[in-house]
Design a protein around this ligand. Structure first.
Ligand code: NAD
Ligand code: ZN
Length: 342
């Protein structure tokens, strides 16, 4: 099969012929239809310090996908060839305290698809059946392809109740864009999206932001005055990984407010802890998705009126992977999809 491979410990990816993955008795073999490019894939392609410390070449990269079941192990009873599925990209150990309690998202021994094991930028991918989500009818395949990052968005957006609350989304990358639509769907009052990139601010408006702001042009205090807000933001979704943005967001919060942090900073961030203490803030780190409560909620929302389609902006065939990666890296894009069926 053809696959996008990190072949050597240096920048770049190669489209290579590799063996179709073998499956064990509890595994599922999936013919990949479409994949989404994640920031993680960009780090691996660029071979930055995180990638150099984490990735063991040769590795098939990629973890966001939709495809069709083509083969199942002898222990697999509830999936069949032809089923349309996506994969949860975190493969958990099943044996630790949290796994045994059903809190799989807290497993400390998580292996990442396309990070620690061969991934989905390929014609076929194999996963344990416990990592396979059988899609509900009525959902667009491009949207199915980005269920993994959509799950990050939903897990973060629903970390705290947002009904009637004023929400700040920091960073309108693909995940911030999807989270914007989710908090509107879930009944937030103001949804302010802070993002320096004009293309992404425009997309945020299409996703339902009630106000977008360029953090270089005005402060969050300006925005709050403009909206005549009397309290600060009740809920903040940190989706930028940016130090200055995190500090500004903390200062903009209401007493008793809550912040869910998904963004991954590249260095330590000094913050004023007094702000957390005296405002009695709740800070929640978010990694991945809840297995499989988040997946269930994603499917419910998509089949009851939530539209995340506008967050998907570019589509390429897999042979055009270089152009696809360049588009995702340039930033004037939402989610970038590669088609593996052509
Ligand atoms: P992205 O890099 O496309 O989006 C980040 C956005 O933040 C960009 O649009 C950028 O312009 C914006 N930004 C930069 N400086 C800003 C500032 N000062 N104020 C406001 N916005 C600013 O990434 P993404 O794919 O949307 O992912 C969002 C974040 O979540 C990234 O940091 C990513 O690494 C992280 N992530 C975390 C998990 C997890 O499980 N915790 C999973 C996936 C991604
Ligand atoms: Zn575990």
């Amino acid at each position: 099969m053809l696959a996008l491979v990190k072949a050597r410990p240096e920048a770049g990816l190669e489209l290579r012929d590799v063996a179709i993955p073998e499956i064990g008795i509890n595994d599922v073999l999936i013919r990949v239809h479409k994949t989404g490019i994640c920031g993680t894939d960009l780090h691996i392609e660029a071979w930055d310090p995180w990638a150099a410390a984490t990735i063991k070449p040769a590795l098939v990269v990629g973890h966001e996908f939709v495809g069709e079941v083509v083969d199942i192990g002898s222990n697999v009873a509830d999936l069949h060839p032809g089923d349309i599925v996506s994969g949860e990209g975190h493969v958990v150990c099943g044996r630790c305290r949290h796994c045994r309690a059903g809190r799989y998202h807290l497993c400390a021994n998580t292996q990442g698809l396309g990070v620690n094991r061969d991934g989905a930028f390929a014609e076929f991918v194999a996963l344990p059946v416990t990592n396979v989500w059988h899609h509900w009818p009525g959902i667009d395949q491009d949207v199915m392809a980005v269920f993994d990052p959509f799950g990050n968005a939903v897990h973060t957006a629903l970390a705290f109740p947002v009904l009637g609350e004023d929400v700040l989304v920091v960073g309108a990358g693909p995940i911030g864009l999807m989270a914007t639509a989710v908090v509107r769907h879930a009944g937030a009052r103001y949804v302010v999206v802070s993002e320096p990139n004009a293309y992404r601010r425009e997309l945020a408006t299409r996703m339902g932001a009630t106000r977008v702001t360029d953090p270089r042009a005005e402060t969050l205090a300006d925005v709050q005055a403009d909206l005549q807000m009397v309290e600060g933001f009740d809920v903040v979704l940190e989706m930028s990984g940016n130090a200055g943005a995190l500090r500004a967001a903390l200062s903009s919060m209401a007493h008793g407010g809550s912040m869910a942090i998904l963004g991954i900073p590249t260095a330590e961030i000094p913050i004023d802890v007094n702000e957390i203490v005296f405002k009695q803030l709740t800070i929640q780190g978010i990694y991945g998705r809840e297995m499989y409560e988040t997946w269930y909620k994603m499917s419910v929302m998509l089949t009851s009126g939530l539209d995340i389609g506008p967050a998907i902006t570019h589509r390429f065939g897999f042979r055009e992977f270089a152009a696809a990666f360049a588009t995702a890296r340039a930033g004037d894009s939402g989610k970038v999809i590669m088609d593996w069926t052509s």
